[in-house]
Design a protein around this ligand. Structure first.
Ligand code: BTN
Length: 265
């Protein structure tokens, strides 16, 4: 039987009870990248809350210029458009908000708890189950929209990951020992994102950063981060009030990291 993506789209729409997210949901069998498609819709005036879900991606993009392995039937690939009316310097907090929503959704379905790795990967047993690519769109020099792209390893078997990911990636299916209903996970992520976004808009980032801290086991661990050509190593201590990572170097000096990627160990 051919894959019925239209019924998936209406299934998600019918059971979604969100304030900001999901007024429009586009469900496609294949696209280069759901983030790219949202960008195109944005140029044509798309509204906040637009969701694009794809069964597979031919050019899935990850952070730091990497690709995101996006075969059909196994993964979840979706993007959401948000247009938060907040000061430009608070836009970057949406990245953490997306991570919190992802780990909360994953914990609803996983037999083992997920842990956030700054800024917004979700790991289970030290292996990556979910990644987020958040892209700020600038207008007249100021951010005007954020595209949140999320990839969740849902139903992959260990042997379905390509060689370079075999030791570092996991899936909900591997963790649970049984397959998962991807539509239910999608609905949960969108519902969590909608609720966390609403709290962020009305109360600020404080409670979201608190939730981020509660959903990580990163603090106290040795990490390194690449800044340009320099590698800074130290112990991950905490997030500051803006969501930046505080890294204590071996000489006792605290370095505040606001972007980049950390490596554990
Ligand atoms: C990362 O961990 O490097 C981020 C991965 C983000 C992947 C998702 S899949 C849906 C959306 N579309 C993309 O091209 N990338 C994101």
């Amino acid at each position: 039987m051919p894959y019925d993506y239209e019924s998936d789209a209406s299934n998600i729409k019918e059971n979604l009870n969100c304030v900001h997210i999901g007024s429009d949901i586009v469900f496609l069998p294949e696209i280069d990248s759901t983030n790219n498609l949202i960008k195109k819709y944005l140029i044509n005036g798309a509204h906040e809350g637009l969701v694009v879900v794809a069964e597979s991606q031919t050019g899935g993009r990850g952070r730091m210029g990497r690709t995101w392995h996006s075969p059909p039937e196994t993964g979840i690939y979706l993007s959401v458009l948000l247009k938060p009316i907040v000061e430009p310097d608070r836009f970057s907090c949406v990245t953490l908000l997306a991570g919190v929503s992802a780990v909360l959704a994953i914990n609803e379905f996983s037999h083992q708890h997920g842990s956030l790795k700054w800024p917004n990967d979700v790991l289970i047993n030290g292996k990556k189950v979910c990644g987020l690519l958040c892209e700020m769109i600038q207008k007249q020099g100021e951010p005007s929209a954020v595209i949140i792209g999320i990839g969740i390893n849902a139903n992959h078997l260990a042997e379905q990951f390509p060689g370079n990911l075999k030791n570092t990636a996991t899936s909900l299916r591997i963790v649970n020992g049984s397959p998962i209903d991807r539509l239910t996970v999608i609905r949960s992520f969108l519902t969590n994102l909608d609720r966390e976004y609403q709290t962020y808009l009305t109360k600020g980032e404080h409670s979201m950063i608190k939730k981020w801290r509660l959903n990580t086991d990163l603090f106290g661990k040795k990490v390194s981060v690449k800044r340009g050509s320099v590698i800074i190593t130290g112990t991950a201590m905490n997030l500051d009030e803006s969501g930046r990572l505080i890294l204590r170097q071996d000489n006792g000096h605290d370095e505040v990291i606001d972007s980049g990627e950390i490596t554990l160990g």
